[in-house]
Design a protein around this ligand. Structure first.
Ligand code: SAM
Ligand code: GLN
Length: 286
């Protein structure tokens, strides 16, 4: 079979089960299977592939047909300006999460923080912590996760990106393993409520770690803890930035306001126009 034929066949089978990005998935997975650059092989669609290659590709297609995410099959995902290794121990970083990176960089620029100390709670693949470390070479970043499996992945990513000296990884529950005071605390915590969890698409619910997604009955459980506990780990005028779900703006803003220790509370939308990041600045005491 030629590359053109095999791509068409895989695309149709993905479409038949309702996979939204069928053509792109077929291309990315075939490139991964053939260990070729996607744009290169697309230039030569009449190239024939061997029987062994075809058999390998069919196994990959079968995995995707069961909704396994492309990133878990290829073991990689683009985030910010780099590629991260991922496996089923970590959430696949979402493009929306780049908004929290942008906001943290804005704060460093506008507040003239030249050597910020930054804490990332629940780092997963390391996405946010590593993007900030890469953009801010003088920053010192601490990244935590409760999941030892996630820390293996994030530390590997730090090594791959040459950032291992700049980012310290520690395992534990929220602030329990954290020492010191920070200029910026960022987190994309689990924020899916019980009822929403049941309705997640199969590619998310059946493959991504539940402890990365599910927060509890209401979905705001982590915000309460992060907002109340962050104030003990922030410099005066230090910033807390949290990713939020599209329908959580009002609830999380109220938690931050009620806490009483933050001012300049504001919400930033993502590129789909949905509320995505809430930020607040720790009040100066006295
Ligand atoms: N920061 C990554 C990103 O944006 O792609 C991962 C975010 S994922 C939504 C939430 C992460 O928080 C997971 O890696 C999960 O293991 C971690 N986590 C869950 N409960 C935690 C806790 N109590 N303390 C620290 N990390 C926790
Ligand atoms: N954006 C993710 C999803 O909808 C959820 C991430 C999170 O819980 N922090 O799958």
């Amino acid at each position: 079979m030629t590359i053109r034929e095999i791509l068409n066949e895989a695309t149709h089978s993905f479409e038949a089960v309702g996979i939204p990005s069928a053509r792109l998935d077929a291309e990315v997975l075939l490139a991964f299977c053939l260990k070729l650059d996607r744009l290169e092989f697309l230039k030569n669609p009449e190239t024939k592939i061997s029987k062994t290659q075809l058999a390998d590709f069919k196994k990959i297609v079968a995995r995707r047909l069961k909704w396994e995410p492309v990133a878990y099959i290829t073991g990689r995902k683009e985030f910010w300006s780099f590629t991260l290794e991922v496996n089923q121990g970590v959430l696949i970083p979402r493009p929306d999460t780049e908004v929290i990176v942008e906001e943290a960089l804005n704060i460093c620029r506008t507040q003239n923080l030249s050597k910020p100390r930054i804490l990332d709670i629940g780092t997963g693949s390391g996405a946010i912590a590593l993007a900030l470390a890469r953009e801010l070479p003088d920053a010192k970043v601490v990244a935590t996760d409760i999941s030892p499996a996630a820390l293996i992945v994030s530390q590997k990513n730090a090594l791959n990106l040459g950032l291992a000296k700049q980012v310290e990884f520690i395992q534990g529950d929220l602030f329990e393993p954290v020492n010191g005071i920070f200029d910026i605390i960022v987190s994309n915590p689990p924020y899916i409520a019980d009822r929403e969890y049941q309705e997640l698409p199969p590619g998310v619910k059946d493959y991504e770690p539940k402890e990365a997604l599910w927060a509890g009955q209401t979905g705001v459980e982590f915000y309460e803890k992060l907002i109340y506990q962050s104030k003990n780990h922030l410099n005066e005028n230090g910033w807390l930035l949290l990713e939020i779900g599209a329908r959580q703006e009002e609830n999380v803003r109220k938690i931050m306001e009620d806490c009483g220790n933050y001012n300049s509370i504001d919400v930033r939308n993502d590129y789909a126009g949905l509320p995505r990041v809430i930020k607040g600045r720790k009040k100066v005491s006295g």
